[in-house]
Design a protein around this ligand. Sequence first.
Ligand code: ADP
Ligand code: GN1
Ligand code: MG
Length: 377
Amino acid sequence: MIDRQVLQPEIISELIDNFGIKEKYNGHIRLNVGHINDTFKVCCHNKNYIFQRINTSVFKNIDGLIKNIADVTAYIRDKINAENSDERNEVLNILQGKDGKYCYTASDGAIYRIYDFIENAISYSGAYSPEIFKESAVTFAKFQRYLSGYPVEKITDSIPDFHNTAKRYEAFEAAVKRDIAGRRAEVEDLIAFVRKRKAYKDTVVDKLADGSIPVRVTHNDTKLNNVMIDRETGKGVCVIDLDTIMKGSLLYDFGDSVRFGCNTANESETDLDKVEADTEMFKAYVRGYLSVMKDTITSEELELLAFSGILMTYECGMRFLTDYLEGDVYFRVDEPLQNLHRARNQFKLVEDLEKKLKLFNRIVADTARDLSIGGGK
Ligand code: ADP
Ligand code: GN1
Ligand code: MG
């Protein structure tokens, strides 16, 4: 059994050898941010790297996932180079191993990959301002725009139906029925909350299926700590965590950013009085996002932009609750009730987003008017 907190010295040596790292290894630390992979900053002489153990119980199709990342980053790199801009604008650089592969199965049986470390940049999980949040919007939107010409058929869905809210709902009902961890009785109020809003689950799924909103290549995990912000200038530098690049809707990306960044509290906060949807943050995100996407977003997408925050928060809360019912098998938890706390937190945010939907729709409409957006392709 691998200790997820630890990166063993012999594995470090294997990886350094396989990926041809020439600089002398000086030490490493574990980064305790994401919920999925095990991430380590490895410091070498004059250069740092990210060594990542990929979570193979979450990601079943590693070849498809790695190919997505290698292809998409190469594609974006060409676009950035063609822009020839003075701004700091980067793309994740994944290292290629001796055998030509971008990941490596080590002697402990786990699969690893290495990225260049993005220096002098921060991934924010808290204590950020509307300006920082707006920059994250610009950076995610640019990422979306770079990929607007990328052939959708070249993308492998690394987790099929990842944001298919209808399928997520089915999984939730199955978990309630199975009640494998014996936790159902303590969460009846939350189960009722999800069921009451059942109609949400088909909104975007149906529109993607009937073609009224376009299928795009999307990031699908656009929380603020998946974008690196320059430590000095406060400008967005690079989108990271590319495991979930898949076919989807831009509403998934916009909505997930709102879910995380407009919450006045951290996603795991247990004091629900602290959880609210922050109007200033929402305004900032809309302005940043639309300033880049003004010629790309369609009027149907624009109309659902404010609602997408509710949808993605509802879906994520439902996923946390499902995982709690299943005994915490998916999301990394630092304490036993964390998935339950996260679910309660998300549902509190759903309620506040529902209350503010009219206001947030108006903010979208006003910003669109300001930016002379008519709804493009
Ligand atoms: P997870 O899928 O578990 O969320 P991430 O790929 O998002 O894993 O990595 C976790 C954290 O590690 C990020 O939030 C960020 O703080 C840091 N990180 C990841 N990649 C890099 C990188 N290339 N340079 C600097 N920091 C990084
Ligand atoms: C996970 O990998 P990370 O921590 O950035 C999850 C997202 C959830 C998020 C909730 C592959 O994101 O879908 O929205 O936690 N990623 C995966 O914080 O399931
Ligand atoms: Mg992450």
